[in-house]
Design a protein around this ligand. Structure first.
Ligand SMILES: CC(C)(COP(=O)(O)OP(=O)(O)OC[C@H]1O[C@@H](n2cnc3c(N)ncnc32)[C@H](O)[C@@H]1OP(=O)(O)O)[C@@H](O)C(=O)NCCC(=O)NCCS
Length: 223
């Protein structure tokens, strides 16, 4: 597969209503799946983390984490705590994205949730990360969560842009390492749209940006 080709482009979604899951439809005819993750996904999640570039590991975990420690793997599988875990698999059932929301009571008594997500390098910039984020937000609102907590490294322009475009007025504080951004979400976010027009097809400018981003030795997606 050549860099920037669109045969893995997300061209639409179909909602599996009964399970509230979303099945991303890819332009190669493959159908991925976004579903709850759990302990049974440990091996696949470990393989996914090990394949992440150092940059993606750093942006997500603030450290090099491959191979993941037992404690990290347990957290990513939702074994520890009570996080909402979503995983995205490709049509070959390999994990290509992971997102989690861990709820906690804030000092003011509100329920807030700490969000973490990462998309496999060769799949980034195709609308998948924002789809997972939108799903996490909607599910969190349904649980009564009233604020998100996003720890973002200052150099992570992509994630900062995603947050700023969605929640331009969200309060942010700078810690030693990161920006901690706390977008409030209201009950209306429970109906937050997941099937966004922006993820239907790959706009030419994003395709060009993908080509530039993935040129020069990135791995092609597994078939
Ligand atoms: C951040 C991340 C989760 C986003 O997922 P993604 O699938 O790449 O993002 P999407 O394609 O859904 O959305 C891309 C957004 O970034 C913008 N974007 C796309 N390519 C970009 C690029 N090369 N540079 C900057 N912005 C870009 C798009 O305009 C879009 O923003 P919009 O929806 O507000 O218009 C993903 O890139 C990733 O895993 N990065 C490494 C780990 C990480 O940073 N995790 C977040 C920790 S808080």
């Amino acid at each position: 597969m050549t860099a920037g080709s669109t045969d893995r482009t997300l061209i639409g979604t179909s909602v599996l209503a009964a399970r509230e899951l979303i099945s991303p439809v890819l332009a190669d005819g493959g159908i991925g799946l976004i579903r709850r993750g759990g302990p049974e996904d440990a091996d696949s999640i470990r393989a996914f983390v090990c394949a992440l570039s150092p940059r993606s590991q750093y942006f997500r975990f603030f450290a090099s984490v491959a191979p993941p420690s037992t404690a990290l793997l347990r957290a990513l599988c939702g074994v520890t705590g009570s996080a909402d875990i979503l995983i995205l698999t490709d049509s070959g059932n390999a994990v290509i994205g992971h997102a989690m929301a861990a709820d906690a009571l804030a000092a003011d008594g509100r329920l807030e949730t700490n969000i973490g997500l990462v998309i496999g390098d060769e799949w980034q910039g195709r609308g998948l990360g924002t789809t997972l984020l939108d799903m996490l937000v909607r599910r969190a609102a349904r649980r009564g969560v009233r604020a998100l907590v996003l720890d973002v490294l200052p150099a992570n322009d992509r994630m900062r842009g995603i947050i700023a475009r969605r929640w331009p007025d969200a309060p942010a504080e700078r810690t030693r390492d990161a920006l901690v951004i706390r977008p409030p979400i209201g009950p209306a976010a429970a109906g937050y749209p997941v099937t966004l027009p922006a993820i239907i097809g790959l706009p030419p400018d994003r395709a060009a940006r993908n080509a530039a981003t993935h040129a020069g030795g990135s791995r092609a997606p597994a078939a």
